[in-house]
Write a new protein. Sequence first.
Lengths: 130, 207
Amino acid sequence: MTNEHDDILAGLERLGEADRDATPPGLARTIGGSPPAVRAARGPLRGPVLARIAPWALAAAAVGITATLLLQSTPVPTHDDRAAIEAALDPGWLFGDEFNALDSELTLLARSLDDDTLGTLSLDMIGDDL
Amino acid sequence: MITIATAPRRLEEEPGQGPEAPDPAKAALAALVARAGHGEGDAWETLVERYSRRVFALGLSRLRSREAAEDLTQSVFATLSEQLAAGAYREEGRFEAWLFRIANNRVRDEAKRAARAPAGEVHGEIPATTADRASAEDLDALRRAVARLNEREQELLSLRHQAELAFADIAELTGEPLGTLLARHHRSLAKLRAMLDPDEEEHGADA
């Protein structure tokens, strides 16, 4: 079987290969010294972790934690997987416009396929207007 | 209708190993990462050899500058080295998603910085491809078309085709549902088709 975009996919694969081939030959050697050697290039770790955190960073973290706690106390809409799966089981869902249901169905479908298959999967069934 | 064509090849797969036998490869990778984290130079070199080309290609495709891609690659591996040495890697079995999350975040930062830079300051020459001249022209046209896609589409294509990541890994590192990514991938291909073959697209619309 063929995919309508086989040639585009092949072109993208070749672009990727060309970009990987453009890697400077010495780059891996430059990086490939031992991990401590690479770490030394960015400066050694100094002192206990807490000692390296500036007071303003600690204050910012405290503000962030407070804000997060406030946000978590506010009810927000959540993705209802159970409803999406139930919707997916209904043949009529295919003609609906509930994006979340469609998205969940696609995810469930994708999880049942291996990645090589996913690589060239044509989703003509859903059209191009998602 | 779902159609399936020739599967793309992934570099890290050993001959004879398909998706039905992923565990030995994952176990070997986990052991390699652990050895690198303990400072074993040969393990570190193997990791660099295995992943530096993919990180570089990811940077090159998004930043469109060899120097920027080279700097980015070194920066990502410096971070990787620090994290491994500090024992910060705890996502067993998810090394690629972890590594490329670091790389992708760095690419996003650099891309934003480049977007703020004066025109012409950042983008350099795209390297010549290894293909023949006619094919190189086709690839250049495709590269220009990819550059016209939106940021999220470009990001997905580069993670898939330059970094050679599995869709599941891309979903994990971007935090987006797999279905969303597949739909976006398909939509990107359709957009590229329309850009490269506008006449054919019109015929298709007429039919």
